[in-house]
Design a protein around this ligand. Structure first.
Ligand SMILES: Nc1ncnc2c1ncn2[C@@H]1O[C@H](COP(=O)(O)OP(=O)(O)OP(=O)(O)O)[C@@H](O)[C@H]1O
Length: 576
């Protein structure tokens, strides 16, 4: 059930709708007319979906344009020919009679009161909620073949009726499994982390809400089928949920056109919701000259005129992008969809994952890092920054800073040795990659805080970062908990330390929202730093699980850090 097919009139939902509607009205053909402004999208859709031009729902647009997918045919010729072939009457004749307002309204009302959605067969009642949705596999000791060992009742394999115990598995997702162990076969399965929330009940595009699978940002999904370009099938990677359901495909979720047409089409047949300007449908009868038009007139008549709508998803994305443009701090957002992930379990003795902290200024990153260091100095470590400023008497090289010359600092910048650097009072300060490596090589957990735009650069196979976002609580709680806290102010006060002001809290909360909006999909854990000891305990516990339990990490981590330099203006003070 693809969106493309749906738009082209062939999806399950539309097939049900259009055939039900046609039956209801005793008409043979639905013709949807689109205007020039919509052609670009339609052409795009058709190019993406060649050979799927609809038979029962047709698209037309003003004459003089090419019919999509039919390069040498003008729209008008195309529609004329089609109308002639199907109905045996000339298009002109049809247009002449196609204008009666009462019939328009009656069509609209008739259609609007019906539910044309398909109904799904019920799930079996005795479905075992604890069971997996598919089948288990085992390796036959004699032949080495991978065989289906068990089929879960009510699961996908069972319901397909195509898989039986003892069947031999030959390939998974196109990959031959002859020489693989069962664990390796499992690894071929596609797991993704959802980077957005999805609720089928809220989604206007889904062909069948009952078949949808709701998930939240951060959920791990096992992809069962990607056959359809628009709606994949997936199940939640939690044992208690055996059901596979439809989720929007990556391509669909990323597509800016997804609801441009879609909402308009779906709403078309719903009462009190809009039709898009200049979009109308002609419903032809089988030559009986009983013709109904749902046209602009209808929109005007019943006062539903609305301009194009974008879906909620698009609005959010656009807002995020707009905000990101406004702020120099944040880069442009990609549309976060899914990220392929794989289970990772750190073997005893293997290097630790890099623990990356992000959060707004003053939220408590240093405080939490400090507490971790004090709690177990043998286990945790922080990077020592480099600087080009002169060493002071009480300082030692490699303790407060690595002191290097300005020339060497600039050479290192040139050679991409720093992940972040900046200049303050004519001196450079920066965090080098080698300082992270040095801590990891001592088999310690390296605690690093960075600007959020650095996260994606640190996502390498070497570091496998675990990203903790430290979030402020509500402003009232900030005022209560930070009464004795000291805020390291920025530019305006030349880095002085002073008590927090109300504006600092407001800025902290606002920045936190922007960060979460923009980079939330890259966070592995969000910790609200309300009560310090509670936040610290939560942090300690999650870091323990990172070391000892299996976690999902991105499948495609870069093998190398690619050009990660960021100019960070250290405006008020030295680092640390
Ligand atoms: N949960 C908390 N309750 C009370 N005070 C806190 C809490 N968390 C942090 N603080 C205090 O808030 C102040 C700022 O914290 P901290 O220096 O750790 O912030 P930061 O996020 O590292 O800021 P910056 O990035 O600007 O250095 C410190 O005085 C710290 O002791």
């Amino acid at each position: 059930m693809s969106f493309l097919r749906r738009v082209a009139g062939l999806s399950l939902r539309d097939r049900v709708r259009s055939s039900a509607i046609r039956e209801e009205l005793g008409v043979e053909l639905l013709l949807l007319r689109v205007e020039r402004s919509q052609m670009r999208w339609l052409g795009h859709l058709v190019r993406m979906s060649p050979g799927r031009l609809p038979g029962e729902v047709l698209w037309a647009c003003p004459s003089g344009r090419r019919a999509p997918g039919r390069p040498r045919t003008r729209w008008r010729d195309y529609v004329s020919r089609l109308v002639w072939e199907r109905l045996g009457i000339p298009l002109d004749k049809l247009e002449e009679v196609a204008g009666e307002r009462e019939s328009i309204l009656s069509v609209h009302d008739t259609v609007a009161q019906k539910n044309y959605d398909p109904e799904l067969p019920p799930l079996p009642e005795d479905i075992d909620d604890d069971e997996d949705s598919g089948a288990t596999i085992r390796r036959d000791d004699d032949t080495g073949a991978i065989l289906v060992a068990r089929i879960m009742k009510g699961g996908a394999a069972d319901r397909s009726g195509l898989i039986h115990i003892g069947d031999e598995l030959k390939e998974v997702n196109g990959i031959p499994v002859d020489d693989k162990k069962p664990e390796e076969v499992i690894r071929i399965l596609v797991f993704v982390k959802a980077l957005f929330n999805f609720d089928p009940n809220e989604d206007k595009a889904i062909p069948c809400k009952e078949a949808g699978l709701a998930f939240k940002k951060g959920s791990i999904l096992q992809i069962m089928s990607q056959d359809d370009a628009t709606w994949w099938q997936a199940r939640l990677e939690v044992e208690a949920n055996p059901r596979a359901g439809l989720i929007p495909s990556k391509q669909f979720q990323e597509s800016p056109i997804q609801s441009f047409f879609l909402e308009d089409l779906i709403f078309f047949f719903q009462p009190h919701l809009m039709l898009v300007q200049s979009f109308f449908s002609v419903i032809f009868t089988d030559g009986q000259i009983r013709v109904h038009i749902l046209a602009e007139e209808l929109i005007n008549t019943i006062g539903f005129r609305r301009s194009f709508r974008l879906s909620k998803r698009d609005k959010k994305t656009n807002k995020a992008m707009y905000e990101s443009k406004k702020s120099e701090m944040y880069d442009m957002a990609d549309v976060p969809t899914y990220e392929e992930v794989t289970p990772y379990h750190r073997l005893a003795g293997a290097k630790h994952r890099l623990v990356v902290f992000v959060g707004p200024t003053g939220v408590g990153l240093n405080e939490l890092k400090k507490k971790l260091l004090i709690s177990d100095p043998q286990h945790f470590g922080v990077t020592i920054p480099h600087t080009s400023r002169a060493k002071r008497n009480q300082e030692s090289d490699g303790v407060e800073y690595h002191f290097i010359s300005k020339h060497l600092f600039e050479t290192d910048i040139h050679n991409n040795k720093f992940i972040e650097y900046g200049e303050y009072k004519g001196n450079y300060y920066g965090t080098s990659l080698d300082s992270i490596r040095s801590i990891l090589s001592k088999n310690k957990v390296c605690l690093l805080d960075v600007q959020p735009q650095m996260i994606k650069h640190l996502r390498t196979a070497e570091f496998k970062p675990f990203v903790v976002f430290v979030k402020p609580p509500l402003i009232e709680r900030l005022s209560e908990t930070r009464q004795n806290a000291k805020f390291m102010s920025g530019k305006e006060d030349k880095g002085s330390v002073r008590p927090f002001k109300e504006e600092d809290f407001q800025e902290m909360v606002r920045t936190s929202e922007v960060m979460e909006n923009q980079y939330g999909h890259l966070f592995d854990k969000v910790i609200v730093n309300d009560d310090l000891s509670i936040a610290f305990n939560e942090l300690r516990m999650v870091l323990r699980t990172v070391e000892t339990e299996t976690h999902w990490v991105p499948l495609r981590l870069d093998s190398d850090l690619c050009c990660a330099l960021v100019w960070t203006w250290i405006s008020g003070s030295e680092q640390n």
